[in-house]
Design a protein around this ligand. Structure first.
Ligand code: PMP
Length: 358
């Protein structure tokens, strides 16, 4: 992006901000295993709830999504004044960062992690400080602690980590919290919380009372299967929640999205069944690829990480031949767990790859 060829002056910070690239592939044309979506279609009750809002879209939605927040408070057993919602957790994180950081500040994050983090940090003007994951693709508590300086305004944590699927252990989390100054915000991004069946799974919502500088974010995009509607939510101290409300543009969550999210919460039992199916499919997929010799790390999310450029190239090429869309990164490839026939199609597609030869 060259400023010289355009007459409008934009913030210099934009030069270094990449544009977010979504997972490729249009469902119907390809098997889309590139965006960690829920392969189940929306529940009929959710579809009805969306349709039920159609005749009132000439009116603005509830400004702060109060009915949804009340329902979330009840569901999670937390006070409503600790909950904020946003236009997807991506926007929520963006507004959170805008509340704490600006030019000259630093945000510490594990890397590789969610592609949007450096972009959202860049938008604030702050600098993203990336701390490499351990060789086991886990957060490095020591490295993260060492990266914190007087300029640090937030530390981002992601569990299970996207794109590696590795969960953050309670011990590692406690160690990080012990080393981060209490005036530095810590975000625990739990977008894939529902798929995390690890023993002693972290529960950020239960930890915010203990740690006033902690905020835990989740989303309706993954387990609830509502990514097309864009609803994310977070639990924090009431003070942090109020700060996010200040930086969030008015009416962030539209009325159809609010109604659908409430309805999805009302059918949590069905969501649980879908999650159980996805976890079983994930574990079967991990077992199958490991049996073939692929060295994939433990995943507690709805995706698998195949590290290495050669594995990536071989898998991407095989999937292209079979009209399967997966997500390539500079250092590996991420494959979402899909419907059973999608997962089988993926296994068939990579059948000719010999991991030992890579
Ligand atoms: N956090 C992580 C770790 C993610 O992977 C994603 C989506 N890919 C999000 C947040 C954002 O989700 P959404 O904006 O759809 O709520």
């Amino acid at each position: 992006m060259a400023q010289d060829s355009h007459p409008i002056r934009v913030r210099p910070a934009l030069e270094s901000i990449a544009t977010y690239k979504p997972g490729k592939g249009r469902p119907g044309r390809v098997r889309k295993l590139s965006s960690n979506e829920n392969p189940f279609p929306p529940l009929p009750q959710v579809v009805d709830a969306i349709a039920g809002m159609a005749d009132s879209v000439n009116r603005y939605p509830d400004m702060i999504a109060a009915p949804l927040i009340e329902r979330l408070a009840e569901h999670h057993g937390v006070d409503a004044d600790r909950i904020t919602v946003g236009n997807g957790s991506c926007s929520l994180i963006a507004h959170l960062l805008q509340a704490v950081a600006t030019e000259g500040d630093e945000i510490v994050m594990p890397w590789r992690s969610f592609e949007a983090y450096p972009i959202l940090v860049g938008i604030t003007g702050a600098r993203a400080v990336e701390v490499p994951l351990t060789p086991a693709f886990e957060h490095d508590p020591h490295g993260l602690a060492q990266a914190v300086t007087e300029h640090t305004r937030a530390v981002l944590l992601c569990t299970p980590n996207n794109p590696t699927g590795t969960p953050l252990s309670a011990e590692a989390f406690e160690a990080i919290m012990a080393s981060v100054p209490s005036d530095v915000l810590v975000l625990l991004d739990e977008a894939y919380y529902d798929f995390d069946d690890s023993p002693g799974r972290l529960d950020g919502f239960a930890l915010v009372e203990k740690y006033p500088n902690l905020i835990a974010a989740r989303t309706f995009s993954k387990a609830y299967g509502l990514c097309g509607l864009r609803v994310g939510y977070a639990v924090s101290s009431p003070f942090i929640a109020e700060c996010i409300r200040k930086t969030t543009p008015p009416f962030a969550v539209n009325s159809a999205a609010q109604a659908a999210a409430i309805e999805a919460l009302n059918h949590r039992d069905v969501v649980d069944q879908q999650v159980a199916t996805i976890i079983a499919e994930r574990d079967a997929l991990v077992a199958a690829v490991r049996q073939r010799g692929f060295d994939v790390p433990e995943t507690r999310a709805n995706f698998l990480w195949f590290p290495g450029e050669r594995a990536r190239d071989a898998i991407v090429a095989a999937c292209e031949r079979h009209a399967i869309s997966v997500r390539a990164f500079p250092d590996g490839v991420r494959v979402s767990v899909g419907a059973p026939d999608d997962n089988q199609a993926f296994l068939d597609a990579i059948a000719d790859i010999d991991p030992a030869a890579l």
